[in-house]
Design a protein around this ligand. Structure first.
Ligand SMILES: Nc1ncnc2c1ncn2[C@@H]1O[C@H](COP(=O)(O)OP(=O)(O)OP(=O)(O)O)[C@@H](O)[C@H]1O
Length: 668
């Protein structure tokens, strides 16, 4: 059982917490470079001294004034008065100049720190080989918190660093005033001033600290808010919002998200800000009144002269103003520090969730040096095997795969078929090491892929996911990103575009292949869904041209027109002879021409074989095929037969004759 903490214990706790927080920011400063930090620190120290010098000089002016007036302009007293005036004016001007320098050097420090932290964050986010850690909610929240502040640079770790240096000016001034009061009047009074101002400050800063703690606890709600704002104002949803009349709904959702976010803060505002503020203000005021009363008493008894009186009153009044909120430092140090803490937690979280075999650098145990890479070279066109592979997504109760055994024959085209959610895309993630098996292994030519350097293995893969990226850059870049190290292979880019059937379209754009593919960019144009799909396919073909030996296409014909779908095999797959190809599709006109077809269900392979074999078996594949074929068949058409003749899923295809039903012909 713990008793009430003693006052000393509470103070020690507060001091410790503050010191830890401040230290964390101090450790960030070297990232801005020693000269920049030293310059900023010097500017802030001078800024601390200038107002104190001003107070001392003006007090001397006041003290010398009566005698200077008495002795006249030629007197030494008048000379002292002028000297004090010049010093005061100099200090005032220096203060103005230093304030500008403080902002400039602070910005330099801030930008450099934020740049370094952004690098750190990006390295952590992209550092894991698999993407599964990023599917963890808690980790995503930390990433949101950290990246938001680093991106916007207002309450960023860099701003915290600059704010910390700015505190040198503020607390330097306070110390200066306390010393002035101590030296000119009484050390107890100087100490009293220090304590009173620090009590005010603690009230202010403590409130902000508590506010930040509440804010941190509800950061997930900010994501929801940002999401609705993005949907309402972004381009992708603009069509649906208008067509479905979603504006009132969106406004309601946004308002609700805003209230959900702010209500806990409002509810705590009084407790967080007001009460402690009054308490510390009362303490501060008591001490101040005591100091001023003692000064008045001493003045009344003639124990202090005019200069001293002016000095102490000015120092106390200027010192008291330092008990305020510091706009150049407080929010920055508090929230910037929280953002940096989130960066640290995110990095640690990524480390924890990265399994030992998950070589973060992407180069695996063997590294990326030519010798070890050569030793690790997978046999070209080797069979790929999934051996008793089990996998479950984090926070999902049921596994996607349990003891999955599957062979993807070398140099052949294997189609993967299954209902929605059967695990087709997950299979590709496992193959690409974006997700790591919980049990079992995946081998290429008998060698487990996790013993190969990941980056090396991925160079063997040309994968176009269902949700492939549409890069807002030139058409040529969109293709070249399949093998970025060969981005200058202009002929290769054109050949890939040609094979994907998109070259003529791209050549016809205002700047040909150099046209930016985005309606949001100057001189840019957007493409249709099917044209984008062909560009993505061209990207995969470009990767194949530059050495990838495994082609993976997830729903490559989903956006293609009937004619293009029918020609898909002849035009695209034919261009990849000898490449191990994995084709995921719900469209049987595409699937049935594959050399080998695998049906996934309940986390395993339930059927496999050629189109004709599977139809002959009359199982799940045959039922799915028939179901789709019936939708295309005219009433007069025959139902599909065992040998595949009869109803054809692409029977209404103007080029339907190009599809040889039931054929397991080689496309190469
Ligand atoms: N990131 C994820 N986190 C948690 N569960 C996921 C994630 N991605 C997929 N799943 C789940 O894993 C299962 C397999 O999904 P997957 O996307 O591999 O299916 P699919 O066969 O490709 O489906 P579709 O035909 O609809 O594209 C589904 O139950 C899905 O809900």
């Amino acid at each position: 059982m713990t008793g009430d903490p003693t006052t000393a214990g509470v103070v020690a706790g507060v001091v410790r917490r503050t010191a830890v927080d401040r230290w964390r920011i101090v450790t960030l400063l070297p990232r801005a470079g020693v000269p920049a930090v030293a310059a900023a620190a010097l500017v802030n120290l001078l800024l601390a001294a200038a107002p104190v010098v001003f107070v001392v000089a003006t007090s001397r002016m006041i003290g010398r004034l009566p005698q200077a007036v008495r002795d006249g302009v030629e007197s030494p007293a008048f000379g002292h008065l002028v000297t004090a005036f010049v010093v005061a004016a100099g200090a005032l001007s220096a203060q103005q100049l230093l304030a500008q320098l403080q902002a400039t050097t602070g910005l330099l420090v801030q930008r450099r720190i934020d740049g370094a932290v952004a690098d750190e964050l990006m390295a952590a986010a992209l550092g894991s080989t698999s993407t599964t850690p990023l599917e963890d909610q808690a980790l995503l929240e930390q990433l949101t918190e950290a990246s938001r502040e680093v991106e916007h640079g207002i309450q960023s770790p860099g701003a915290a660093g600059a704010g910390m240096l700015a505190l040198l000016a503020r607390y330097g001034q306070l110390l200066g005033y306390a010393v002035v009061v101590g030296a000119a009047f009484a050390w107890a009074a100087g100490f009293g001033l220090l304590v009173a101002v620090l009590a005010f400050r603690h009230g202010q800063r403590g409130g902000l600290r508590r506010y930040a703690a509440i804010y941190g606890a509800i950061v997930a709600r900010v994501r929801r808010l940002t999401y609705f704002r993005g949907v309402a104002m972004g381009r992708p949803a603009a069509k649906e919002i208008r067509v479905f009349g979603l504006l009132p709904w969106l406004r309601g959702q946004y308002r609700q998200a805003y209230l959900d976010w702010m209500r806990p803060v409002w509810a705590q505002r009084r407790r967080v800000y007001l009460r402690p503020y009054f308490l510390y203000t009362a303490v501060g005021l008591t001490v101040l009144v005591a100091v001023l009363a003692a000064l008045g008493l001493a003045g009344g008894q003639g124990r202090v002269g005019l200069t001293q009186l002016a000095l102490v009153i000015q120092a106390v009044l200027a010192g008291v103003q330092l008990g305020e909120f510091y706009p150049e430092a407080d929010v920055q140090t508090q929230f910037g520090m929280n953002a940096y803490r989130a960066v640290g937690e995110f990095r640690a979280g990524m480390r924890d969730r990265t399994s030992p075999g998950d070589d973060a650098a992407g180069d695996g145990p063997a590294g990326d040096d030519p010798a070890s890479a050569a030793a690790a070279e997978p046999a070209p066109a080797a069979d790929i095997r999934f051996e008793a592979v089990s996998f479950r997504y984090p926070h999902r109760a049921t596994p996607v795969f349990t003891d999955l055994d599957l062979t993807l024959p070398a140099g052949a085209c294997t189609a993967i078929v299954g209902l929605n959610g059967a695990g087709k895309t997950t299979l590709v993630k496992l193959l690409s090491r974006l997700a790591l098996p919980d049990a079992g292994r995946i081998t290429v030519g008998g060698r487990p892929i996790d013993t190969l350097p990941t980056a090396r293995w991925r160079r063997e893969l040309a994968v176009i996911f269902q949700d492939y990226l549409r890069y807002a850059t030139s058409a040529a870049d969109n293709i070249a990103l399949g093998a970025v190290r060969h981005a200058d292979d202009r002929d290769g880019i054109r050949a890939a575009a040609e094979a994907a059937g998109i070259l003529a379209t791209l050549d016809a754009l205002p700047r040909g292949l150099d046209t930016p593919l985005s309606g949001q960019l100057r001189d840019g144009v957007d493409l249709s869904g099917g044209q984008w799909q062909r560009v993505a396919i061209a990207r995969a073909l470009f990767a194949i041209r530059h050495g990838a030996s495994v082609l993976v296409l997830d729903e490559p014909t989903a956006s293609l027109d009937v004619r293009a779908e029918a020609r898909f095999f002849d035009e695209i797959i034919a261009a990849t002879t000898g490449v191990t190809t994995i084709l995921i599709s719900h469209r049987f006109a595409t699937v049935r021409r594959a050399d080998h077809i695998v049906v996934l269900a309940e986390g395993r392979v339930v059927e496999q074989g050629s189109h004709a074999e599977l139809l002959a078996r009359g199982g799940r594949y045959a039922r799915l095929f028939t179901l789709q074929a019936e939708r295309f068949a005219t009433p007069a058409a025959d139902p599909p037969t065992v040998d595949g003749a009869g109803a054809d899923p692409s029977a209404d295809d103007p080029d339907g004759g190009a599809v040889d039903v039931g054929s397991t012909r080689s496309v190469r």
